[in-house]
Ligand binder design. Sequence first.
Ligand SMILES: [Zn+2]
Length: 138
Amino acid sequence: MTGQRRVIAHVLSEADDHPDVEELYRRASALDNRISVATVYRTVRLLEERGILERRDFGGGRARYEASENGCHYHLIDIDSGRVIEFENEELVSLLSQIAKKLGFDLVSHRAELFGRAEKGATADEGKNTSSEGKKSV
Ligand SMILES: [Zn+2]
């Protein structure tokens, strides 16, 4: 991996959100101003092919990225604010495995993105019921 690619990989592994290419470019070029947006695009594609990062689609027409080392989790996207809430749910994994089985397949990978609107009167419970990585267990 070249130095520039390493900078981009580092930025991704440090991110605790889901940056898009533009945001990755902003952060990477702050560390190394020789990095171009084209390099970010190429590197992101390469890292995705190698399974080092995951591409996410939260709507809005731009791909978002996070390091694969963030582990298996799901996302709920607030359609009003765009806020992304990460959560884990073991029942969902076993349910999806059962569905794949019924269709004659072993589940290899899966993804789930939920799009929702906060219930009226619901208060944000930031920091409550979250795992050490900040993901909610539901
Ligand atoms: Zn995530």
